[in-house]
Design a protein around this ligand. Sequence first.
Ligand SMILES: Nc1ncnc2c1ncn2[C@@H]1O[C@H](COP(=O)(O)OP(=O)(O)OP(=O)(O)O)[C@@H](O)[C@H]1O
Length: 851
Amino acid sequence: MNDSIIIIPKVLPIVPIRNKVLLPGLALRLHIGRKETVQLMQRIYKSADNKESKYIIGCVPVQPPHKSEPKDTNNSSNIPFTLTRNVNRNSTPKKTIEETFNQATQPSDLHEFGCAARIIKLERTVGGGFIVVVEGVVRIRVDRYVLERPYLEAEVTTFPEISVSNDDQELQELVILLKSTGRELLALLQDLKLPTSVLTQLQKFIENASSGTLADLLISTIDSSYEEKLQILDAHDLKSRMSTAIELLTKQIHVLKISQKIHSTVEGKLSRKHREFYLRQQLNAIKEELGEQNDSPNEEDEITDLTKRIQEAGLSVEADKAAQRELKRLKRMHPTQAEYQVVRTYLEWLSEIPWSKSTTDILDIHKARQQLEDDHYGLDSVKKRVLEYLAVLKLKEDLKGPILCLLGPPGVGKTSLGKSIANALGRKFHRISLGGVRDEAEIRGHRRTYIGAMPGLIAQGLRRVGVKNPVFLLVGHLSNHGDPSAALLEVLDPEQNNTFNDHYLNVPLDLSKVLFIATANQVDTIPPPLLDRMELITVPGYTFDEKINIAQRHLLPKQIINHGLSIGDVKISDKLLLKIASGYTREAGVRSLEREIASVCRAKAVEYADAKDKDELYGYCGVISEEGVENILGVTKYDNEVAERTARPGVITGLSWSASGSGGILFIEATQMAGKGNLQLTGKLGDVIKESATIALSWVRSHAFQLGITTSETESTFFFQRDVHIHFPAGAVGKDGPSAGVALTTALVSLFTHRRVPPTTAMTGEITLRGQVLPVGGIKEKVIAAHRAGIKKVILPTRNRKDVEGDVPTNVKNEINFVYANSIFDILQAAFEGEKIWIDSASVVEFESRL
Ligand SMILES: Nc1ncnc2c1ncn2[C@@H]1O[C@H](COP(=O)(O)OP(=O)(O)OP(=O)(O)O)[C@@H](O)[C@H]1O
């Protein structure tokens, strides 16, 4: 059992169960066949990504039939073993479900109490249903059904187990009585010669389990009726549960004693064959209760079923050949042979790959535009580029073209853009994460000769979506390491991906109808040959203004609905959203912002539910106050970095940018000490940035006299008697590129001349040895990041003016003072607030000529 804390939501999807009762701590295997519950399971299956255990459902028994109706005597009890009776395998619960396949369960058919359960296993069955293994977590009472279609959902109250207090004499006595009754039952079972492992397990439970759980467990162990089990389920009060359990156990012990007596007289007469039959029946029952039953009792049925599925799957010629060959082999094998399962799994895979199924494309540019607009705020240039791409797709009617690659920092909406594109085209969407893929086999599958071989991510994705023309979003590091990129090259190359070879399937797969979209955080992690086949669309980071709009229009409504509230139940003003975005998040995208908004909604959901419980909804107010934000989210995590700083000689605010489009500010610190003229650089720097530092120092040294650092042009002692150390904080993050040149030079001038540059002034630009300032990239992202950090003045190379005028959002432009520079002297003048700290002398020319 999983010991981690499981949070039970207030509203749970409800799965009606017939003739069975699930109790906390116990497992139950359910065959899901009814339409509405199948829909629920499909939703869980689709979104689960093999993490079913996160899903909590409410298992509520169907009311027992009216007393006059015949009682189902073949119901199986739920756990962990059925000890005292023969289970008739021919009347499996499946039958019960199938009988009621088309008949929707009404809330009025259901019992009041049930059990919240964790899904621990979820499998599809051949007939389109599911087999689900659930583990009971806590008793629940259904207070109100909030949804009836497509499946039931209800508001529930939970009854967690409480520990027995030492002061409660009556309860203490009940515990002792329950345990001793349990031991008596155990002793009887020992006489029945049950497997020792089962008995030891039961003994452990009797000694260690908490009293409430023990009562549940013992009742599920004995041959109690459906009504009796319901009685135990309803007994959320510990005392009444234990009394009922003791009563039922005593009755069972009595029955056992009598049947043992009969058994011992009959046993001598049982033939070996009968005895084996009897034991096998018991073994099957135990396995079924443990959810370990293999549902393949009849291999003939299975082969017929597989043959049918293969016929229906419309296999390609090669795949069909392989399937027929393997089917022949399968027929010759015995199901107990290990190879049998391998071949069967292979054939299942072949039958589930969508060889011929596809969705019809909707190539309506107007609709696509609408979809993109509805789903995303801003991102105008990205939307425009995507629409152009779709228009070409429509006109050319094939996908042979460059693969779109959305490039940008985390949380800027790349994945959700991919989803919108799929929606607009009417295609299915599947996300394939390439993070951590190190091996070609993960993409291409393992050859079947390996034990546990599986198809690769591409074939798995196709099976999951069930059509041959989905949108596949390839996310993450398109690793440069050896083979995976070679396999990806084949996947993404329209010229050869119609015969993609998955090693496991070992027949050519046609990927030419799949629309691949890649997303990446950094361009430099994409191997050049892959990059060559891609068309990069940069999704930049957002300004605060854009974030507030995104939050107000998309994130907040989404989170309100996700938390079971209605629009209007939570209201956050723009001012507070700005506070949340700037005080609690530091990111180019909006993912953390969405998380913080979710926290606010969660807190309001509790408040709302509380008010509702107390019938005081009139007093509930959805408007969040500034104080409310602090109460919910705590004190602000980030303060304005720049405002905190005081100006110091040698410290300059620079602007950084990563190829992913996330900009940022960084503080360059320079200091000097007695030494021998060495330059030391720290902060995980690349070669280019180190060279920039050397250039900066050389330029300062060569202009030392002019800048007033040395007293004469020829003085050489100044620099030879001191060491200079330059550090780029955030030492763990690698930095490179030439764009810190001007900031480095200014830092050194500031250090040697003891002049300060205000921390609200930031700069970027490359310098040459002659002091010229050259343009750099990423201006838009840098400026937006500077604005986010509270920078007031940005000094840039003159040749970057067009970037500011063309790309930077107007509100940012209005709030920042831009100064453009041609030479380092222009930079210094702007940095030192217009003060000209150097002397214009002919010697400059003379000095330069000597260089
Ligand atoms: N412009 C936007 N308009 C509306 N919602 C947005 C916008 N940008 C991002 N979002 C929302 O922000 C969340 C995170 O976006 P998404 O998961 O698409 O990020 P991503 O760029 O794919 O991140 P990663 O690189 O980490 O995968 C989603 O809920 C998305 O809907």
